[in-house]
Design a protein around this ligand. Sequence first.
Ligand code: ATP
Ligand code: MG
Length: 592
Amino acid sequence: MAVMPHTRIVKPPTERAPLPHLADHATTCATFSWATARALLDGLPDGAGLNIAYEAVDRHVQHGRGDRVALRWTGKGGQRRDLSYDDLARETSRFAHGLQALGVQPGERVFVLMGRLPELYVAVLGAFKARCVVTPLFSAFGPEPIATRCEMGDARVLVTTPELYLRKVQGLRTRLPGLTHVMLVGEVPEALAGEPGLHRWTDVMDGQPHAFTIGPTDPESMALLHFTSGTTGRPKGVIHAHAAVLAHMVTGRYALDLHEDDVFWCTADPGWVTGTSYGIIAPLCNGVTNVVVEAEFDAQTWYEVLERERVTVWYTAPTAIRMMMKLGAEALQGRDLSALRFMASVGEPLNPEGVLWGLQAFGLPFHDNWWQTETGGIMIANYAAMDINPGSMGKPLPGIAAAIVHRTEAGVQVVEAPDEEGELALKAPWPSMMRGYLHEDERYRKCFVDGWYLTGDLARRDAEGYYWFVGRADDVIKSAGHLIGPFEVESALMEHPAVAEAGVIGKPDPTVGEVVKAFVALKPGFEPGEALRRELLGHARKRLGAAVAPKEIDFRANLPKTRSGKIMRRLLKARELGLPEGDLSTLESDEK
Ligand code: ATP
Ligand code: MG
């Protein structure tokens, strides 16, 4: 594999920032233990266990920090609302009481299907207090994905809006006999009054006591049921326990460097695990002000939020970064973003161009980090105090042992030599490790071999311990004896000024096994055509060598992506080969 030529970004001593929590990666890794880190949390009073909502909300009130802003919300129409930790403790307690009043039992499933409204946050945390299991769904899901997930996950309660209910849920009720309560946030139309099991949100909340004593919560009890992004196939239902909150706390501290005075913005929707772990739990556990923006992506709106809210730590995703790059750094002119001190990215490989563009546009690099729905929290990261090698996902979190491995007949063989590609594996367990795939025990068991959790992602580790993403095992291309990671090819294409986005697949070929084919979306001002195609082929060949460079390039206006913003290479491939398109429940933008 060619080595990324980008120079390392050496971090100067902190300028805009407080002293990083993780000042020295190696030292902290050597001394860290999850048992000791547990002291960062309180646990329920009287040793009654560990509950996410207590750590995220009530604990701050107990410690006299209740008047600090917990959620700073901006609605689509520009409305603003602040909820302090006191407010959030009260509202979530009322909701927990409301669930109890309806007879909803601990362990039962509460699904949320709505845009990023304050009530969503109250419902999620209130349900944790009532020891219910939370499943967030993307509000943009169509009726079928909603129905299958509710069926699979035994939804007992659904919190949604009247508009979403009418459009997407009403017609499904007969398929969901277990769904006994639907709570509607917002003005409920007359036509719905009297429909069985429907409740106005305000009726659920009205008259409920402002304090709620959380019942004993076994840290191992199920807290979240999260569906994966469906990038590689049918989404899996991933089970997480309350114990995960320790990993949320620690990763918020170390990987995102959250300090109490921070104003933090995670742009992910809670329909995706990032929007729950880092859009709700981790920032609140760390006591910061958590910015919530209802509106969807729009570069100018986002820049406005960063400036107006004086966001200090920002966590976003490569797709959004590529869209901002497409517009150019000029769009940032005149903005005062001096409060911003740390920027991070997750969800897909972050091309080196993206990291460097951060430096150019914001004066700060994007810090890539890696994790999965299954890992529950950030596992590999670029830290505030650590130099960045653009294109690398960084180093494992303290408390996490990672390795590059090969699966063999005899079990897992750990690769000791640097720079060798293999599957990324994590030593089990850690607090936020998934506790199961819902109704798929066999599949869950197969993820663990010889005490390692096998991630299904291919990577390599360099001599300094930095990890480099190669591709998902499913996406890796085998061509004339070479293993080619799509990420490397996509990153090389992204270096060309015309390219906004690239997705690379292997196309079966009788001679070499697979040939590399790229799909490319162009930046504004560039037109697809034969000359540009040849130029890109030439650029990639020069950059990657003939064996790895794409042989074919097709232009697309957009690449197909999941709602969490991941390029769906499997769909590019299925369409190219005329094969069935598979589960498309999470497909967002479509090129067709
Ligand atoms: P499914 O499992 O349903 O196919 P998914 O794997 O995309 O969907 P998620 O759990 O949301 O569902 O995503 C985790 C995956 O996203 C990782 O396994 C990895 O392939 C990719 N990913 C996340 N962060 C990074 C990163 N920083 N660099 C490279 N890949 C990343
Ligand atoms: Mg996955």
